[in-house]
Design a protein around this ligand. Structure first.
Ligand code: NDP
Length: 245
């Protein structure tokens, strides 16, 4: 299936590493003008070496005011948005601390709401419609040991996706999420590097493996594209069947 984003402007958050970085590069390869948002300057520098057409925005999405300022221009002109940046922390339920709770909800939920507001206001004003993809997780729908706060943020994100789909649909702005299983990025390695833990997880995935970054990117591109033009408000598992069992 050929997908072209020629003439489209896309914003990808958390584009410095992992799934976000690969998504930004894939969108650029498909012809989109890409704005890459992340907070580590060195990651943006290396991304630009790889793909000089990408426009870098360096900001901590946890800072509401700085985000507003940083996305003022790009946010008003985007056709596509990928809310990918997230923070993961591992704490057993009885040891969850308020700082980790606040940090997680601030990035994984509040920043998604905020960036989406900025972008969707622009889409509505221009009357051009658009497509937004939120990067959720299998953890939104299945309890994972020591993932109390992360699971809670992704559960909240799934509902945010659905309400955004409801309220933005009339402006022809579609909002969907992808919900991957484990991907061995920096974040994936944090929780699943231990071979014993990894084996326990893969044994619960019917396809018997973790997802590759490209598996997730392909689903993101589909949901961003017109190939999914009647798909709105879905949470699409990219999990080898984990959530089906
Ligand atoms: P990575 O940790 O590899 O990359 C996350 C990116 O987001 C980094 O570039 C990071 O920058 C950036 N980022 C984080 N916080 C902020 C912030 N406050 N402001 C700006 N940028 C920020 O993560 P993944 O690629 O693995 O994850 C991408 C998405 O996929 C996330 O939403 C995650 O929850 C989801 N996901 C991941 C899974 C996995 O197993 N990896 C499984 C299911 C879902 P920096 O490094 O500088 O902090």
């Amino acid at each position: 299936m050929e997908i072209s984003f020629a003439g489209k402007r896309a914003i990808v958050t958390g584009a410095g590493k992992g799934i976000g970085r690969a998504t930004a590069l894939a969108l650029a390869r498909c012809g989109a003008e890409v704005v890459a948002v992340t907070r580590t300057r060195a990651d943006l520098d290396s991304l630009l070496l790889e793909c000089p057409s990408i426009r870098p925005v360096c900001v901590n999405l946890g800072d509401w005011g700085a985000t507003e300022e940083a996305l003022r221009e790009a946010g008003g002109n985007a056709d596509l948005l990928v809310n990918n940046a997230a923070y993961a922390t591992l704490q057993p339920f009885l040891e969850v601390t308020p700082d980790q709770f606040d940090m997680s909800f601030n990035i994984n939920v509040k920043a998604v709401l905020h960036v989406s507001q900025i972008v969707a206001r622009g889409m509505k004003a221009r009357g051009t419609g658009g497509s937004i993809v939120n990067i959720s997780s299998q953890a939104s729908q299945c309890a994972l040991q020591d993932h109390t706060v992360y699971c809670a943020t992704k559960g909240a994100l799934d509902m945010l996706t659905k309400v955004m789909a409801l309220e933005l649909g009339p402006y022809q702005i579609r909002v969907n999420s992808v919900n991957p299983t484990v991907v061995m990025t920096k974040m994936g390695r944090l929780a699943w590097s231990d071979p014993g833990k990894a084996k326990t997880m893969t044994s619960r995935i019917p396809l018997g493996r973790f997802a590759e970054v490209e598996d997730v990117v392909n689903s993101i591109l589909f949901l961003l594209s017109d190939k999914s033009s009647m798909t709105n408000g879905v949470t699409l598992p990219v999990d080898g069947g984990f959530l089906a069992c």
